[in-house]
Ligand binder design. Structure first.
Ligand SMILES: [Zn+2]
Length: 208
C-alpha cells in the first residue's frame, strides 16, 4: 500500500483528542463530519478544521502552538496531485502571511496580487515555480518601501461588501460572558442589524 505525507497542525490533533463531539451552536447545526476541512491530494494530505466551531476558534486564537505541524503517514485518498506550482504558490502565500515586516492588511493585499498574477501565468500555461518565488520576493521589497500600502490606500471602498458584513454580524449568536443587562443590550443591537433596511444600514455604516 502506498502511503503519503499527512500534515496535522496542533489544533487539529488536540480537537481529535477531545472526549465526545463539540456541542457549540455551529456544530449542532452542521453535518456529521463538520468542522473537518481536510484537503486530500494524491501525494499529500493536509488536515484542518473550520474556525466557525467555537472549540476550534478558541484553540486557534488562544493556543500559541496551534499551528505547529505534525507529520505522519496516511493512505492516499485524493485524485488531485499537488504540483510544484501549487505547492510553491501555497508556500509563497504562507511566507507573505507570516512576514514580520508586513502589516495584516499589506499581507492580504500582497497575497491578492500574487494570486492574481499567478492565475494570469497559469492561464498562459506558464507554470514555472521560479516565477512565484521571484514575485513573492518582489512583493516583500515593494511592501518594505511602502509602495503596496500606497497602492492599497488608493483602492475604492466596496460599500456592498461592508453592508453585507454588517448584516451578517446581526446573525451572529455569541456566547457572551457579561452581566444579563449588557448581554441583552448586545443581543438586541445585533438582531437590529439583521432586520435593518439597506438605507438605514448604510447610515449606520457611515456612523461607524
Ligand atoms: Zn463546535
Amino acid at each position: 500500500m502506498e502511503t503519503i505525507e499527512r500534515y496535522q497542525p496542533e489544533f487539529v490533533v488536540r480537537h481529535e483528542a477531545l472526549p465526545g463531539s463539540c456541542r457549540c451552536p455551529a456544530c449542532q447545526k452542521a453535518d456529521a463530519d463538520w468542522p473537518q476541512a481536510n484537503l486530500y491530494l494524491q501525494n499529500q494530505q493536509r488536515d484542518s478544521l473550520q474556525p466557525g466551531c467555537e472549540t476550534v476558534a478558541r484553540e486557534l486564537l488562544l493556543n500559541p502552538e496551534a499551528f505547529i505541524l505534525h507529520l505522519s503517514q496516511a493512505e492516499a485518498r485524493g485524485e488531485q496531485v499537488l504540483t510544484p506550482w501549487m505547492e510553491t504558490l501555497n508556500q509563497q502565500c504562507i511566507n507573505l502571511a507570516i512576514n514580520p515586516s508586513l502589516s495584516l492588511e499589506s499581507s492580504l493585499y500582497a497575497m491578492g496580487i500574487l494570486l492574481s498574477k499567478a492565475q494570469q501565468y497559469a492561464d498562459q500555461g506558464n507554470e514555472d515555480p521560479a516565477l512565484l518565488v521571484s514575485m513573492g520576493e518582489q512583493l516583500v521589497i515593494l511592501s518594505e518601501h511602502g509602495v503596496l500600502d500606497e497602492q492599497r490606500g488608493q483602492l475604492p471602498v466596496i460599500k456592498e461588501n461592508r453592508l453585507a458584513a454588517l448584516k451578517d454580524m446581526g446573525k451572529m449568536r455569541l456566547n457572551l460572558n457579561l452581566p444579563m443587562a449588557d448581554k441583552m443590550a448586545m443581543v438586541l443591537k445585533l438582531s437590529e442589524l439583521s432586520i435593518m433596511m439597506p438605507n438605514r444600514l448604510s447610515e449606520r455604516l457611515q456612523v461607524l
